[in-house]
Design a binder for this molecule. Structure first.
Ligand SMILES: NC(=O)C1=CN([C@@H]2O[C@H](COP(=O)(O)OP(=O)(O)OC[C@H]3O[C@@H](n4cnc5c(N)ncnc54)[C@H](OP(=O)(O)O)[C@@H]3O)[C@@H](O)[C@H]2O)C=CC1
Ligand SMILES: [Mg+2]
Length: 346
């Protein structure tokens, strides 16, 4: 993060131009630098609002557009958004409440904006899209688009719930990009927050351990997860969660990947594989945390991975076992485990 400097200094040092006009940097570096400028300079960001694209939300539900049943986030150009707001009698100034999301391949700034106060069906009609609850949207979007949609929702939610300083109770004021809020009374700057969470797929060499909370949809089992305590490392949190939730002692750990997760508030998921001693696999479930946890075979996991949507179950039938869908990092852990098993079996 760079120190602050005035707009005049910025103008001298950097021209506020879309990144594709910069010849010295690769596309990626250029985009990142452009976003830094927009975060730090309100005037530059206000300029970018005039040519950017916008992902709308209605009470945190993103606007999706379908083309032959393939759903995508419905980004609107600034000029189209202005026309639509005019048509439905919306105030064009709400555009300044947008939050900076990123920068697309063409070097255009992308913003998220919650238009929950406007007529939902009129907007859907004008935009030829549909506002979809985020959990449902995940099953409709293909993998690469899900992160920007969750990021947009998380940022909007953070602003909606951080309007006041926790030290003084005074209102906080956002910068134009929405990258932070300041309490002018205490001088405290607030940045969007995520809670660190560990998620772990435990294996005994030939089976893997999954658990389910009572609030999960019927039949859904996932990797064990838990919030990190203050002062803990990822490794410590992970060993503790496994011990707390299923009464097992982890022997080895291997990092797999990470993911921002919007539910219930923003979490930062750090995903790992773990092994336990194959002679010490007796599970003792903490019923306060989990409804059930047990070992699953390679065959059971392979079958569950083939289900791309939650299975439909008729009334009276027992729930069918399924695992989190591909956008969830739990799914990545399971896929990796299954591939590893496949290799050792061949
Ligand atoms: N992306 C993925 O693939 C997956 C994501 N997840 C996510 O992982 C997260 C953690 O999993 P979960 O098993 O619920 O966690 P935990 O096992 O830590 O249990 C949740 C409990 O921890 C307490 N807690 C401690 N710190 C926090 C905090 N910062 N925020 C909220 N609760 C806290 C709360 O208890 P109390 O209310 O008693 O204080 C809460 O009920 C969830 O948000 C879940 O959605 C889970 C599985 C898969
Ligand atoms: Mg847990």
């Amino acid at each position: 993060m760079r120190g602050r400097c005035s707009w005049v200094t910025w103008k001298l040092l950097h021209s506020i131009k879309p990144p594709e006009l910069s010849r010295s940097c690769s596309g990626y570096v250029s985009r990142v630098r452009y976003l830094m400028r927009l975060k730090e300079d309100d005037e530059a960001c206000r300029e970018a609002l005039k040519s950017g694209s916008f992902l709308l939300y209605n009470n945190l539900a993103p606007l999706l557009k379908s083309n032959n049943n393939i759903y995508k986030p419905a980004f609107l150009k600034a000029s189209d958004l202005e026309t639509i707001l005019k048509k439905i009698g919306g105030d064009k100034h709400i555009v300044s409440e947008s939050v900076l999301l990123g920068c697309n391949e063409n070097g255009e700034a992308q913003f998220s904006l919650d238009v929950g106060d406007l007529d939902r069906s009129a907007l859907e009609q004008q935009c030829e899209g549909v506002f979809v609850d985020l959990r449902k949207a995940f099953f409709m979007l293909s993998g690469p688009e899900a992160p920007i949609v969750t990021k947009g929702q998380a940022l909007i939610r953070w602003h909606q719930t951080n309007g006041f300083c926790s030290a003084t109770g005074q209102p906080t004021v956002r910068n134009q990009s929405g990258s932070h809020r300041i309490c002018h009374s205490s001088g405290i700057t607030y940045y969007p927050k995520m809670s660190p969470v560990v998620i772990v797929l435990v294996s005994d060499g030939s089976r893997c351990l999954l658990g389910r909370q009572a609030t999960f949809p019927p039949g859904l089992y996932s990797a064990l997860a838990g919030f990190c305590d203050m002062g803990e490392s990822v490794e410590e949190a992970l060993r503790r969660e496994v011990a707390e939730e299923v009464g097992l002692e982890v022997e080895t750990l291997r990092f797999s990947g990470s993911q921002h997760w919007p539910f219930p508030q923003s979490s930062f998921m750090v995903a790992c594989h773990a092994t336990v001693n194959p002679n010490k696999t007796q599970v003792s479930v903490d019923k306060a945390e989990l409804e059930d946890a047990h070992w699953f075979t390679f065959e059971e996991m392979t079958e569950a991975l083939q289900l791309k949507k939650p299975p439909r179950i008729s009334k009276g039938e027992p729930p069918m076992f399924w695992v989190p869908p591909s956008f969830a990092i739990a799914n990545q852990l399971i896929q990796e485990w299954a591939s590893q098993q496949q290799l050792t079996r061949n």
